[in-house]
Design a protein around this ligand. Structure first.
Ligand SMILES: Cc1cc2nc3c(=O)[nH]c(=O)nc-3n(C[C@H](O)[C@H](O)[C@H](O)COP(=O)(O)O)c2cc1C
Length: 252
């Protein structure tokens, strides 16, 4: 039995045992099979007013997953903007005790912000190809590797290395205990939800900048975690987003 007060063992068991499910039959079979629920107990239906247009609705209307990035250079400002929108601070940090209290672009259960962003780069102006960690307080990049790692990354997205020509791959790594020390096993859910918030911000900001994105959950955890240099069991990449330029203009 896992003791009630153990915050992480249960979720870690799941996390470490949910590497990509190499079930080809399931993978092929479910292609584009969308289901919609019609509740059995409907007692009426209310037509809604047409949704109004807005800059945000325009962005949402154009959001798409993109899988054929162009081999183009990306301005450093674009990479900066993606990180700032995804998980940046939106107010100057207030320091209480030893750690700063930051407000960020996403909500976070308990304000604990369990994620750390890592950036794989290639063809970003003014930046060595390599791997960086996002320092949210300084809004800067801490360089971890100085070599193009995209060829190493490709097989980690196994059969589908759609990110190969993207300029950046943002890897969101959770420091599990940050959230789970307060919320226990349920905190694992909060961490995943929070990664979704970050990803959507990145995607929408990318659209504003004329970039394309691909959110990717299908990666080989153990290989990617090792490449990023994470502490086994304490940390893990939970979600990744590739961003870059379209190789084809958007079809009307
Ligand atoms: C949690 C999550 C994980 C995903 N993982 C992958 C992935 O590993 N590889 C990929 O090509 N697309 C991935 N996608 C993108 C979906 O395939 C895509 O969003 C879906 O087909 C709908 O298409 P659209 O984004 O163009 O609207 C993922 C999307 C989500 C939300």
């Amino acid at each position: 039995m896992i003791p009630l007060e153990d915050p992480t063992t249960l979720s870690l068991l799941f996390h470490l045992n949910s590497e990509p499910w190499l079930n080809d039959e399931a993978y092929q079979g479910s292609a584009m099979n969308q289901e919609l629920k019609v509740p059995e107990n409907i007692i009426g239906e209310v037509p809604l007013p047409r949704p109004g247009g807005s800059a945000l609705m325009d962005l949402l209307a154009h959001r798409r997953s993109y899988r054929e990035f162009a081999q183009k250079e990306m301005p450093l400002e674009h990479a900066s903007a993606l990180l700032a929108s995804g998980y940046g601070a939106i107010a100057r940090p207030r320091f209480g005790g030893q750690t700063p209290f930051l407000r960020r672009t996403v909500p976070s259960a308990g304000g604990l912000f369990p994620l750390e962003l890592y950036l794989f780069t290639q063809r970003v102006q003014g930046l060595d190809d390599g791997l960086y960690h996002y320092d949210v307080i300084a809004h800067s990049l801490q360089q971890l590797r100085r070599e193009n790692l995209f060829l190493t990354l490709e097989p980690m997205f196994y059969a589908y290395p759609f990110m190969k020509d993207a300029n950046v791959v943002i890897a969101m790594a959770a420091v599990f205990l940050r959230t789970q020390v307060k919320y226990g096993p349920r905190g694992y859910r909060y961490i995943l939800l929070e990664a979704g918030h970050v990803a959507q911000n990145v995607c929408l900001r990318a659209m504003e900048l004329g970039l394309e994105t691909l959110c990717m959950g299908g990666f080989l955890d153990s290989a990617l975690n090792a490449l990023v240099g994470l502490r086994l069991k304490d940390e893990g990449v939970v979600y990744t987003v590739a961003a870059g330029f379209a190789s084809q203009p958007e079809k009307p």
